[in-house]
Design a protein around this ligand. Structure first.
Ligand SMILES: CC(C)(COP(=O)(O)OP(=O)(O)OC[C@H]1O[C@@H](n2cnc3c(N)ncnc32)[C@H](O)[C@@H]1OP(=O)(O)O)[C@@H](O)C(=O)NCCC(=O)NCCS
Ligand SMILES: CC(=O)OP(=O)(O)O
Length: 325
């Protein structure tokens, strides 16, 4: 494991937090949580029916006897969760609706985080992003000063580390959304020891094309610079002008980025989601995330294409967010 994840594991271990995993019968979740528990790093809480989880674990020859398992149907404090949910939803859901909604593992798990029974949640190995994050958007909500959450990946290969965003949440970000994603991504970069150099991506570099799409990125760049003037951030850039010094020299010689960007902000979810999967599947980068930025408590999504190692690493990141934020 890279030094970065070893250091995160050490930090988390000192606090030994509880993390909820609503997909208790998924084999990748089981493999990762058994490992996290055996290494003494954190306390996994699996959501599901004990007999189903044990049957799946036995099939995989995994011992889950030391893991905490909560079944919404038999959870002793279920009524308190229902009450807290109704209160949080402020009239948007009745008690009867809440009783049904909280039988859903992602809602139940998110309420465990909201009520402090766990510091964070990891799900999405078997659920779509919408089903994974909607409970968090409704219950955990964004931090003061953050309008919308966004999802970034830490892209890792050997000693290379980059941040890609938004690859997960906002389908058609406007210039304000894109600027907010950039400012939050710069903060996320620092958490991973990356000194952010932020590129606002487009199919145009510094006016080489002009269209509503490129103008949006120009405007987003201006807004981000106003929000965080201390950042090294520039746009609009094609990826090569942001990343390759010799191309930057030709296309954007006056930019402070100099082809050394490490934090890449995409102009749409299409670009971001396709872009990270290209780097992962063609470029052999490890893609850890999506890490949701700007929420009050950490709830992180997985790709359904993840493996147990991805679950393990995203769990470490979630726990680190939970013990430091
Ligand atoms: C994230 C997503 C699921 C939200 O969609 P939705 O649930 O239909 O959104 P809604 O507009 O109904 O809003 C639901 C709640 O979430 C909140 N919300 C929606 N988007 C939000 C955002 N980006 N940040 C914070 N809150 C948000 C709304 O304010 C609303 O809260 P409320 O119920 O308290 O009023 C949707 O934008 C989506 O599907 N995005 C793409 C996900 C995806 O497939 N990614 C690719 C794979 S990673
Ligand atoms: C992040 C992501 O793309 O998730 P999924 O592959 O599950 O759609």
């Amino acid at each position: 494991m890279s030094d970065m994840f070893t250091a995160i594991a050490e930090k988390v271990k000192a606090n030994h937090p509880s993390i909820v995993f609503p997909e208790g019968t998924d084999e990748r979740i089981l493999e990762a949580t058994v490992r996290l528990k055996a290494e003494g790093i954190l306390n996994p809480i699996l959501v599901g029916k004990e007999k189903d989880i044990q049957a799946k674990a036995a099939e995989l020859k995994l011992d889950v006897s030391s893991l905490t398992i909560f079944d919404p149907e038999t959870y002793p404090e279920f009524d308190q969760l229902v009450e807290a949910f109704v209160e949080r939803r402020k009239g948007k859901n009745t008690k009867e609706e809440a009783e049904k909604i909280l039988q859903t593992p992602n809602y139940f798990g998110t309420m465990l985080v909201y009520t402090g029974k766990a510091v964070g949640l990891v799900s999405g190995a078997a659920h779509s992003t919408g089903d994974t994050v909607r409970p968090a958007l409704q219950i955990i909500k964004t931090k003061e000063g953050v309008k919308k959450t966004s999802g970034v990946f830490v892209m890792v290969k050997d000693d290379q580390r980059y941040i890609f965003g938004d690859c997960a949440i906002n389908i058609s970000p406007d210039s304000n959304d894109m600027a907010e994603t950039a400012v939050e991504a710069a903060k996320t970069a620092k958490v991973f020891g990356i000194e952010p150099k932020v590129a606002m991506l487009s199919f145009s570099t510094k006016g080489s094309a002009v269209s509503p799409e490129t103008e949006k990125v120009v405007e987003a760049t201006q807004i981000a610079k106003e929000k965080a003037p201390e950042l090294t951030l520039d746009g609009e850039f094609q990826f090569d002008a942001a990343f390759v010094p010799s191309v930057a020299e030709k296309k954007a010689p006056d930019s402070p980025l100099k082809g050394q960007a490490n934090t890449f902000i995409f102009p749409s979810l299409e670009a971001g989601n396709i872009g990270y999967k290209l780097a992962q599947r063609l470029g052999q980068f490890e893609a850890i995330g999506p890490i949701l930025q700007g929420l009050n408590k950490p709830v992180n999504d997985l790709s359904r294409g993840c493996n147990a190692e991805d679950v393990y690493k995203l769990s470490l990141i979630t726990a680190m967010q939970g013990v430091t934020e």
